[in-house]
Design a protein around this ligand. Structure first.
Ligand SMILES: *[C@@H]1O[C@H](CO)[C@@H](O)[C@H](O)[C@H]1NC(C)=O
Ligand SMILES: *[C@@H]1O[C@H](CO)[C@@H](O)[C@H](O)[C@H]1NC(C)=O
Length: 449
């Protein structure tokens, strides 16, 4: 008995220790492990390096290896340093330090994150333009806690300012913790159908949360159907997410739009979606924006009998829905009332039927979209050295609402001229802002007259 109670006490102490080591306060998980210091040299890349001993792999906080940090060959705004964290990781803070024993440090920088190393998203604080304050000497560490944690595999730091009496010089650390998720890819012909077990019905309250990523501007994301064909669906339509009410037989009746959220969501970055229903009150959230909707009174006594993911009921490729398509892209952490549907598929649960080809990883297309959100935003690329043929070409697809936006400009110093590439009026009218149909290109011959 005594032994038993002391055993229980021992277990309780252990439980308390385990809880206190992984939780700081009120369920807040500790997520501040150093992520960069243990990476091998092959995980670092940079735009350039001043010498072998200024390589990017020496950019580790508080270390003095090599020349004591990374310095690029030239100190200008075209430099960057990249760390591959090995897998998608939750990043909560970053810290910078100058190059050891030098007058080389950054005074400001910006951060980019990526899942793949070729499709980057700039990190922006809510209240600033996205630049972070750097250091004021080579030794002290400046740590910056991110307002919103980021989930990414690759981190890229771009110096914006540096000591005017020195060069760009950097040692870096990032802090965070492992990120676990369930991911599935749908190929535009595939879908999942979840039937909640009868014991779970009569919920009154339903919560669906997920993240999605796609380059297709239209597709059926979710459809929740109940008795008599009464259903709600969430469809991506021309880059916006629509909440639609369907009554009667799904594919025949014209759906009613209850809400429309977001725009240009087909940008191949993750977007978070949450739908919460309590009786006739419904909140739909896309990223940071929430819309409150009142659904018709029938929904007061409505049960989700079937949840379709990636396509509607009977909305195979042969009987298209309103948007005409199944969803084509990646889904992550799809939860319905606390059940992970992707996990159920992996477990081969009979509650989820799979149509078509569903895979459990997220492959990305190699073409990458860039958004210029306002008239002040532009990209400036370093000059291209003329190839031996003395010519170069540029080509891209675009979509825009702006009839007169400058697409591209570059100087031709040998000709003493500047090239401006503007859409023609007819071309922007043809270039539907919602789809990638406009295209532009320029071909130039340099020097050789
Ligand atoms: C919708 O969000 C508000 C807070 O913005 C909350 O008070 C309300 O309970 C939510 N409604 C549902 C149905 O979750
Ligand atoms: C399913 O998709 C994967 C990845 O795209 C592909 O390799 C495989 O061949 C596909 N299988 C079928 C049956 O289409």
């Amino acid at each position: 008995m005594d032994l038993w109670t002391s055993g229980v006490a021992g277990i309780m102490v252990l439980v308390v220790l385990v809880l206190s080591s992984s939780f700081r306060a009120a369920g807040e998980e500790v997520c501040d492990a150093a992520l960069v210091s243990s990476l091998p040299p092959s995980s670092f890349r940079s735009s350039s390096q001043l010498s072998g001993s200024h390589a990017p792999s020496f950019a580790k906080l508080n270390r003095r290896d090599g020349a004591g940090g990374w310095s690029p060959l030239a100190s200008d705004r075209y430099q960057w340093l990249e760390a591959d964290l090995g897998e998608r990781t939750k990043v909560t803070a970053v810290a910078t330090q100058g190059r050891y024993g030098s007058s080389d440090w950054l005074t400001s920088y910006l951060l980019m994150f990526s899942d793949t190393g070729h499709n980057w998203k700039q990190y922006r604080q809510e209240d600033s333009l996205g630049s972070f304050p750097g250091n004021s000497n080579a030794d002290s560490v400046v740590q910056y806690k991110l307002q919103q944690p980021v989930v990414a595999r690759f981190l890229r730091l771009i110096p914006l300012g540096w000591n005017p009496n020195g060069r760009i010089g950097l040692r870096l650390e990032a802090y965070g913790c492992p990120y676990t998720s369930d991911v599935a890819s749908l190929d535009g012909g595939s879908s999942l159908t979840y039937s909640p077990s009868p014991a779970l019905k009569r919920t009154f309250r339903d919560v669906v949360t997920l993240k999605f990523k796609t380059v297709r501007n239209s597709g059926m994301l979710l459809h929740a159907g109940g008795a008599g064909g009464l259903g709600l669906s969430l469809e991506l339509e021309r880059g916006k997410l629509q909440l639609l009410l369907r009554q009667g037989q799904a594919s025949s009746a014209e759906p009613r739009r209850l809400a429309s959220l977001g725009s240009l969501l087909d940008d191949q970055h993750w977007h978070r979606v949450a739908v919460e229903r309590r009786g006739v009150h419904l909140n739909v959230t896309v990223d940071k924006h929430t819309e409150k909707v009142r659904v018709p009174a029938e929904f007061g006594h409505w049960d989700v009998q079937q949840l379709n993911v990636g396509g509607g009921p009977g909305l195979g490729p042969e009987t298209p829905g309103r948007s005409g398509r199944n969803f084509h892209g990646c889904l992550e952490n799809l939860l319905y009332n606390g059940h992970s549907l992707i996990d159920l598929v992996k477990q081969k649960s009979r509650q989820v039927a799979v149509t078509g080809n569903v895979t459990f990883s997220c492959d990305e297309p190699l073409s990458v979209a860039v958004t210029f959100p306002g008239p002040q935003s532009f990209l400036q690329l370093p000059g291209v050295p003329a190839s031996s043929s003395g010519s170069f070409s540029v080509g891209f697809q675009f979509r825009t609402w702006n009839r007169a936006g400058l697409l591209l400009t570059f100087a031709l110093p040998q000709e003493g001229g500047v090239v401006w590439l503007l859409p023609e009026r007819g071309q922007t009218e043809a270039a539907d802002p919602q789809s990638w149909e406009g295209s532009a290109g320029a071909q130039c011959r340099l020097g050789s007259k």
